[in-house]
Design a protein around this ligand. Structure first.
Ligand code: ATP
Length: 668
């Protein structure tokens, strides 16, 4: 081989090779992505050169071929791209590539411990993280070009000589360092290609076998994709997961380029909302498994792909967070998600309600965190309700937004609220309503007062009590609602929110009941006697006994007793539990509301008054009344909290005693 040149790579600082070699151990693997990207670039340039008529030969089908040779610790990456002349090798590899690698390392050093997103930018020289020697054999497409061989052993000296390489394009040969021999394993290479280069638009072969998927659906026009295509892509990205609820196809090229498909997954209870699951790509090359800085925080649980060459990659995360384009891209994504939801609400209310349980969590989280998003979707925030509502309006004929190409950026200017505001119930789905509709509907009965339920099972007694008396209850029963209710209160300062068990609405109380009539002999009302009876029996200073006659259509339509937890005390308890990451402790102070209209309570009063006192001072009837007081209390409490072991045992024992006593009486 004739030596063309022997030189010294110009360096401006100390040798950067040791830095590159040591650089972020866990990320050595990215060298393969960098080399394959260069190969694909070279092939795309070849295509352009040919299209411009600057090359008359056969371009051929582009492909990247990788070979591994474990015995010789070698890995080669070959492309049939544009190739390089000796001058270009000197210019692009020894000068440009080196100085850009150097610049990158400089920048990295400045950013201290801050992780640099994607580590793009290190380029060709990243191969020195794994190779003790890197060789290039390349033949340019240019007429009369001669093949050249460049080699460098990870120091500042390189050789450039003639090469026997006789095909257009470039072969990079890495002789791996001893400790990097894993990159001569076929399985390792396959998995790296699948991770980083799966969607590159040219076949990548390991020997004869193509190992990348090649089709990037997010680059397609949405109108060319069917629902099945979107689902198939999701299943490919996230195997063994339930199908997503809906998706949004992002497709814009002005004022920034963003393509992507975002999926709303079914939410799992243990989901970590702080951990992103969206894959970030740059020109179809995988960059990172999280793009927390790029997508708004509230959309973090979304899945899918974002591809943008406008997101700066070789910068620190904090730089990225403050980058104007990145912020605008984040806004764009949030707006598209909002548009998609509004289109679904408008076009298919049933489908919207069906996925609301999961999607609603994102939307509520988004409303709390992002004012623009809140404004965009506030009219489509819905709540399941106990009201029986008329069917939803027919959908309009406007096309769904996700299927429209997008080339505009109104960067979330005040978006028009085009959602329907009429009744939002659906034929086959449980009725749902917006808050505005709720307030309007109930203006007469309970103006600016919202009753809500956080646990349909435990609060069933309360819900049916309110419902039976014509009061409408909203279900705010997802984990985000603990934060969402205070948020709504801040938004609607005139409106009061009370959980169904917080207090009694005046309309539930029957004011004309006999229980309030004063008995001239005792000078007490029946209500006062019942109160005293419970106070004495339960003997619990933290417990307030309140007696009221509850309205009911049938004698046993309202429960004999209920536990009321004051709204503010309960919320305080919830907040403490959240901060300490513990289960909520039951508030220490609360009220037992005893329903004086209930036959059980009326019988109890009679029982407590009518007993014969025995010689030993005991009154069997009085004792039974005492036990029944406890029992009534336990039953009311049971709706609110389970028993501990001791409580359960006492409850069972007492139940048996009461039943025994009652059967004795009945048998007499
Ligand atoms: N396989 C190849 N075929 C043709 N030219 C190549 C090839 N690999 C590298 N080059 C040339 O070397 C230059 C430097 O490559 P390098 O990977 O360091 O940086 P880059 O690709 O320009 O940018 P990046 O930092 O994003 O990787 C390329 O711009 C290209 O001109």
């Amino acid at each position: 081989m004739t030596m063309l040149e022997q030189g010294t790579i110009s360096i401006h600082t100390e040798n950067i090779f040791p830095i590159i070699k040591k650089w972020l151990y866990s990320d050595h693997e990215i060298f393969l992505r960098e080399l394959i990207s260069n190969a694909v670039d070279a092939m795309q340039k070849m295509k352009m050169v040919s299209m411009a008529g600057e090359y008359s030969g056969e371009v051929g089908e582009p492909e990247v071929v990788i070979t591994v040779d474990k015995d010789n610790k070698q890995l080669t990456i070959t492309d049939n791209g544009i190739g390089m002349t000796a001058d270009e090798v000197k210019q692009y590899i020894t000068q440009v590539a080196f100085s850009s690698a150097e610049e990158f390392v400089e920048k990295y050093k400045d950013s201290g411990d801050q992780a640099i997103i994607g580590h793009f930018g290190l380029g060709f020289y990243s191969s020195f993280m794994v190779a003790q020697k890197v060789e290039i054999d390349t033949l340019s497409y240019k007429e009369g070009a001669e093949a050249v061989h460049w080699s460098c052993e990870g120091n500042t000296d390189y050789q450039l000589e003639a090469s026997e390489w006789n095909q257009r394009g470039t072969k990079i040969t890495l002789t791996l360092m001893e400790e990097e021999i894993e990159y001569a394993e076929e399985a390792r290479i396959k998995s790296l290609v699948k991770t980083y280069c799966d969607f590159l638009p040219v076949p990548i072969k390991l020997g004869d076998e193509q190992i990348n998927k090649q089709k990037a659906p997010w680059k397609e026009s949405p109108s060319n994709l069917t629902d099945e295509d979107y689902l198939e892509f999701y299943r490919y990205l996230y195997p063994f997961q339930e199908d997503p609820l809906l998706w949004v196809h992002l497709n814009t090229d002005y004022p920034f380029i963003v393509n992507g498909i975002l999926y709303f997954p079914k939410l799992k209870p243990d989901i970590d909302v702080t951990k992103g699951q969206i894959k970030l790509f740059c020109n179809q090359v995988f960059v990172s498994d999280n793009c927390e800085e790029v997508i708004p925080q509230f959309l973090m649980p979304l899945q899918g792909v974002i591809d943008s060459s406008d997101i700066p990659l070789n910068v620190s995360r904090s730089f990225l967070q403050n980058d104007r384009t990145v912020r605008r891209i984040a806004d764009y994504i949030a707006k598209k998600v909002g548009d998609r939801l509004k289109a679904l609400y408008r076009d298919d209310r049933d489908a919207y309600i069906r996925c609301w349980q999961d999607v609603g969590t994102f939307v509520k989280f988004g409303s709390i965190n992002n004012d623009k998003f809140k404004k965009q979707i506030e009219d489509i925030l819905i709540y399941r309700t106990t009201a029986e509502l008329a069917p939803a309006p027919e959908p309009t004929a406007e096309p769904a937004i996700e299927n429209s190409e997008d080339t505009t950026d109104d960067a979330w200017a005040d978006s028009p609220t085009d959602a329907k505001e009429e009744a939002s119930a659906a034929s086959s789905e449980p009725p749902h309503t917006t808050l505005k509709e709720y307030l309007e509907r109930n203006q007469e009965r309970h103006e600016n007062q919202v009753y809500y339920c956080t646990d349909e099972v435990n609060q069933a007694t309360y819900v049916s009590l309110l419902k039976n008396q014509g009061l409408e209850v909203l279900f705010l029963d997802t984990f985000i609602d603990t934060h969402f209710v205070p948020f709504l209160e801040r938004e609607y300062t005139d409106v009061k929110f009370a959980r169904v068990d917080a207090d009694l609405d005046e309309t539930l109380i029957d004011k004309d009941q006999a229980a309030e009539i004063v008995d001239p002999t005792t000078n007490q009302t029946r209500s006062e006697i019942i109160k005293a009876l419970f106070e004495k029996s339960l003997d619990n200073s933290n417990l307030t006994i309140r007696t009221e006659a509850l309205k009911s259509d049938t004698p046993q339509g309202a429960p004999p007793a209920m536990v009321l937890l004051p709204e503010s005390a309960r919320r305080m308890q919830e907040m403490m539990a959240m901060m300490q990451q513990q289960n909520m402790q039951f508030p220490t102070e609360y009220t037992l509301l005893v329903n004086t209209s209930h036959p059980l309570i009326q019988n109890l009063l009679t029982l407590s008054q009518g007993g014969v006192v025995q010689a030993d001072g005991q009154s069997p009837a009085g004792e039974l009344a005492n036990q029944i007081c406890h029992h009534v209390y336990d039953l009311a409490l049971m709706a609110q909290k389970g028993f501990d072991a001791e409580g359960m045992q006492a409850f069972t024992e007492r139940s048996n005693q009461v039943l025994t006593r009652l059967t004795e009486l009945a048998a007499k």
